[in-house]
Design a protein around this ligand. Structure first.
Ligand SMILES: Nc1ncnc2c1ncn2[C@@H]1O[C@H](COP(=O)(O)OP(=O)(O)OP(=O)(O)O)[C@@H](O)[C@H]1O
Ligand SMILES: [Mg+2]
Length: 427
């Protein structure tokens, strides 16, 4: 293990304030993991300070002279993330006028920080797993397998195990990423660190704006220590700045400070439910807007999948609705769809109630296939099925009819591919 002064010097170098045992432990795990080439998964609530950990790991590794790229998986549209990470060939999709290298190629010999890994689409997860297992990747629209040597550091503020249970995150990838777990503790578990951080932020602020620094009375310190800080250090920083900016009296007492510590946290509109960011959270207006947009984007994608699946199975059925339950969770009166509930009849498409197959059986892989279709879909496409068949044929040809590789390229299971080959009567 590392001595207190070794840990202290890392904190100094990376601007990390605090001295709580949980924080020190997390830092020493990062220091221990850094020189190995192991994949690291950093978990912790939003605003707890995960980003610095990725920098510690890269900077203390043997790759420190190599590139370090941080990517926010939640901020890249689903349709472009594969190409961003793995590159694409010229003409591989509408608008791909030139071939492009992806981050995994560019960062060869360095490290990639995949932030908000829980937001990564399933198709991309399949590609990531491959590159983690044997360093292999294929550019979008290419058939050439390329090699790269990149160390992956991932972070998430959502519970990945829950995401695995919901079929949104691959279990194999979860275990692969979690080789070295680092848990960044929430601020409320760091005790006196709150005071140190508050002092640091108000001092920074006073220097920046050339004002007298804020100090807290003993009562105000106690009030600060009692506050749960659902938004963690990010929230503490905002509060420190507000107090510094707005208070005339530079010694702040408990009643004054309490004005900045929301007692009854604003209940967020239902649309935020299930983001995993925590039950009661204090958000700034801009963060609120981001969240609304993110959740709308998620719902839109979920809706797209529902529409496609409805089309593919020839009509809406209970399986499909149950699979996309998250879309209905926000409704005022909860909706339950039983297996036998009467399907919504579309005028000319026969209803196929897929009772044979369990709703979850193929979810993971079907989702990937559908995602691929969404990305590759041409606006003028008349038939999704035709497109799917074409893609399957293309993948089979590319891999000399080796189903295993074709399936992996398509991001579906071999079993699903087998079923589709039969469905489309492919020789
Ligand atoms: N121990 C610390 N000392 C000083 N500043 C910190 C510390 N931890 C975090 N911060 C600051 O708090 C802010 C939030 O940290 P960061 O962006 O790393 O959070 P996060 O865990 O990545 O959150 P999210 O999951 O929302 O992305 C940043 O401005 C960061 O510099
Ligand atoms: Mg972050």
């Amino acid at each position: 293990m590392f001595s207190a002064s070794e840990i202290q010097s890392v904190k100094q170098r990376f601007g990390i304030i605090g001295n709580s045992p949980l924080l020190n432990h997390a830092i020493s795990v990062a220091m221990q993991a850094a020189p190995t080439d192991m994949t690291v998964l950093i978990t912790g609530e939003s605003g707890s300070g995960k980003e610095s950990f990725s920098k510690i790991i890269h900077s203390l590794s043997t790759r420190k002279h190599g590139k370090f790229i941080a990517i926010n998986c939640g901020a890249i549209p689903e349709g472009t993330i594969d190409s961003e990470l793995f590159g694409h060939e010229k003409g591989s999709f509408t608008g791909a006028h030139e071939a492009r290298k992806g981050y995994f190629e560019v960062t060869d010999g360095g490290s990639i920080f995949l932030d908000e890994i829980g937001e990564m689409p399933l198709g991309t997860q399949a590609r990531l797993l491959r590159v983690l297992e044997n360093g292999e990747f294929i550019k979008v629209g290419s058939s050439k397998v390329q090699k790269t040597n990149v160390r992956v550091i991932a972070a998430t503020n959502v519970n990945l195990i829950k995401a695995v249970e919901k079929g949104k995150f691959r279990e194999d990838l979860y275990y692969r990423l979690n080789t070295v777990p680092i848990y960044v503790p929430p601020l409320r578990e760091r005790g006196e660190d709150m005071i140190l951080l508050f002092r640091k932020f108000t001092t920074d602020f006073s220097e920046k704006y050339n004002v007298k620094p804020i100090s807290l009375t003993e009562d105000a310190k106690k009030a600060l220590l009692r506050f749960p800080f659902p938004g963690n250090i990010r929230q503490l920083k905002n509060i420190a700045e507000q107090v510094s900016l707005l208070e005339q009296e530079r010694e702040v007492d408990s009643p004054t400070l309490s004005k900045y510590l929301p007692t009854n946290q604003t209940r967020l509109p239902a649309v935020f439910a299930g983001t995993g960011a925590g039950e009661s959270t204090d958000f700034t207006e801009r963060e609120l807007l981001y969240k609304v947009l993110f959740d709308m984007k998620k719902d839109m994608n979920e809706l797209k999948k529902l529409v496609l699946e409805t089309y593919q199975s020839g009509g809406l059925n209970a399986n499909i609705i149950n699979k996309h339950q998250t879309l209905f969770e926000d409704l005022e009166s909860p909706v339950s769809f039983e297996q036998h509930s009467p399907p919504v009849q579309s005028s000319n498409v026969p209803i196929v109630l897929d009772t044979q197959k369990s709703a979850d059986e193929d979810n993971l892989y079907e989702d990937e296939a559908i995602e691929d279709i969404i990305h590759e879909e041409d606006d003028n496409s008349l038939s999704l099925e035709k497109k799917e068949k074409e893609m399957i044929l293309k993948a089979l040809r590319k891999h000399n009819n080796k189903r295993k590789y074709a399936a992996s390229d398509l991001g579906i299971s071999e079993r699903t591919l087998y079923r589709k080959i039969k469905q489309y009567d492919i020789d």
